[in-house]
Design a protein around this ligand. Structure first.
Ligand code: PEP
Ligand code: MG
Length: 568
């Protein structure tokens, strides 16, 4: 049995599908017959086109037309006579093997496009890389794993999964186990919204599991069993059935209020990454969207999404929520979230560098496109806009001024904009939590991003396995920062939500309720469980409990105390 981090609840048992990218090694050869090499290249090109068409057809079941456009660009390249002509010329003129010619021409084209001073052309470099990698694999007879082609029950075992790998998972994927990653890594977040069990940060899993091994995973405890015996399989099957039964029982709370036994009402909302997730929030009884991570709109694209493209998505989400509140976070890119079509500066510490609101205030062209799209969509529902990674009052004021500018421009153009848009900010940086009473003079609301707030407060990288023991939501220092944020907001009559992973943790909910948190935003699948917890608690008692927690020494003490108190 291997121990990892339970990142998305569930239990599953299936054969392992090991995700391993082929290693391409190319040698230059001159003992060749050019005509044979050209024929080999043509055959590999034809296969490359067929492969891309196949991936596109399979992905079409889950992706939109827009998301599929990237495959058309790849097909165009594989069929581009300029690219393939150069490879053939090199084979004939330099008398070299097809693989070598393909690599040389590809590297040349990639370098040329990468050096261009134009986003559009730089994007093409990433596409050429992608297509020529496939071509080289075909020339060498190497197979690129295609996750969307999985057609029998499987548990994916990988070093890591990117958000786009995760987007390719189909109904045959019963769960995934990764070697690295933490609870708040983006693959974990994606697994939650797809309702796929996931265990991440499972050290040694790639070595311990072979393709086709039977894998049992308990993603409630974070346990992975390699070739489990019959008894373990039976225990897991029972646990899976119980888990599904409990989930069904929670469904009765879909239309219930989120209110404590002594009448204190809060709001339980959902975190989303796209328009589809919004439907899940409504289906799971969410009272709103507390965080729309719009960076996925940018990451799943091969160009900066235009105002029109963004407008359509925001409109759709607002309409899906039918008048319930929707908090849209403006572009939070940088750190681990990169774009294929945008070059970030080299930095020693990208998590402490040029990212999120810092980038948006510098590149106001990118920022204003998003703000305009949001303003235009605002008439379709109840829109709240929030800025990520705010560290200073001036950053907030400058961002808000740009919002006002966009709004005024649109109104001058004769476009209708809602006059009821709330503009707030994330509290992810300790400086913002400490100064919350000042920020709340300007911001309409706060949403506490504990994933980053904990990382920055404890100086512990949220992706690092080695220091994951420092990711301590229950540490009294974190609780005090949360308390300062809530009290600071309430002083000026503003509301406070939380959209970090802590908001959905069953033992954190009692403390947060007691601290006076107004809105809890989590993955859609956690909402009903949280409602069951809120509905069973006394607000007055939780206020005392929270006060006691803040006066403890350690996270362990806090957690033990909450477990004891809430099981009474
Ligand atoms: C957070 O930091 O808690 C948060 C919700 O944002 P993200 O996880 O996208 O960084
Ligand atoms: Mg964050």
């Amino acid at each position: 049995m291997l121990k990892g981090i339970a990142a998305s609840a569930g239990v599953a048992c299936a054969k392992a599908y090991k995700l391993e990218q082929p290693v391409v090694v190319i040698e230059k050869r001159t003992d060749i017959t050019p005509a044979d090499e050209v024929a080999k290249l043509d055959a590999a090109l034809a296969k490359t086109v067929k492969d891309i068409e196949g991936v596109k057809a399979r992905a079409a079941k889950r992706l939109s037309e827009e998301e599929l456009a990237v495959f058309d660009a790849h097909l165009m390249m594989a069929n581009d006579p300029e690219l393939t002509g150069q490879m053939k010329n090199m084979i004939n003129n330099d008398n070299v093997n097809a693989e070598y010619a393909a690599e040389q021409v590809a590297n040349m084209m990639i370098a040329m496009f990468e050096s261009m001073d134009n986003d559009y052309f730089r994007e093409r470099a990433a596409d050429i890389k992608d297509v020529t990698f496939r071509l080289k694999c075909n020339l060498l007879g190497l197979v690129i794993p295609d996750l969307s082609s999985i057609d029998e029950p499987a548990i994916i075992v990988a070093h890591d999964l990117t958000p786009s790998d995760t987007a390719q998972l189909n109904e045959f994927v019963k769960g995934f186990v990764t070697e690295i990653g933490g609870k708040t890594s983006h693959s974990a977040i994606m697994a939650n919204s797809l309702e796929i069990p996931a265990v991440v940060g499972t050290a040694g899993v790639m070595e311990a599991i072979a393709n086709g091994d039977l894998v049992g995973m308990d993603a409630i405890e974070g346990e992975v069993f390699v070739n489990p015996d019959e008894e373990t399989v039976a225990v897991l099957a029972k646990k899976e059935a119980d888990y599904k039964e409990e989930k069904a029982a929670l469904k009765v709370l879909i239309n219930a209020k989120s209110v404590s036994v002594d009448g204190h009402e809060v709001e339980l909302a959902g975190n989303i990454g796209n328009a589809k997730d919004a439907e899940q929030v409504v289906a799971n009884g969410g009272e709103g969207v507390g965080l729309f991570r719009t960076e996925f709109l940018y990451m799943d694209n091969d160009h900066f999404p235009t105002e029109e493209e963004q407008f359509e998505v925001y409109k759709q989400v607002l309409q899906t929520l039918e008048g319930r509140k929707v908090v849209v976070r403006t572009l939070d890119i940088g750190g681990d979230k990169k774009l294929s079509y945008f070059e970030f500066p080299e930095e020693m510490n990208p998590f402490l560098g040029y990212r999120a609101i810092r980038l948006c205030l510098d590149r106001t062209d990118i920022f204003k496109t998003q703000l305009r799209a949001l303003c235009r969509a605002s008439v379709y529902g109840k829109l709240c806009i929030m800025f990520p990674m705010i560290a200073t009052v001036n950053e907030f004021r400058n961002a808000k001024a740009l919002f006002e500018e966009c709004k005024a421009e649109l109104i001058a153009e004769g476009v209708e904009v809602s006059d009821d848009i709330q503009v707030g900010m994330m509290v992810e940086i300790p400086a913002a939590a400490v100064l919350a009473d000042e920020f709340s003079k300007y911001a309409d609301f706060f949403s506490i991003g504990t994933n980053d707030l904990i990382q920055y407060s404890m100086a512990a990288d949220r992706m690092s396995q080695k220091v994951s023991y420092l990711y301590q939501p229950y540490n009294p220092a974190i609780l005090r920062l949360i308390n300062m944020t809530i009290k600071g907001a309430h002083k000026n009559g503003k509301w406070v939500g939380m959209c970090g992973a802590m908001a959905g943790e069953p033992y954190a909910v009692p403390i947060l309720l007691g601290l006076g948190l107004d809105e809890f935003s989590m993955s859609a699948t956690q909402i009903l469980k949280a409602r069951k917890v809120v509905n069973s608690l006394s607000y007055e008692e939780m206020q005392t409990l929270a006060e006691n927690c803040m006066n403890m020494d350690t996270a362990e003490e806090v957690l033990d105390y909450v477990k004891k108190e809430t099981s009474k």
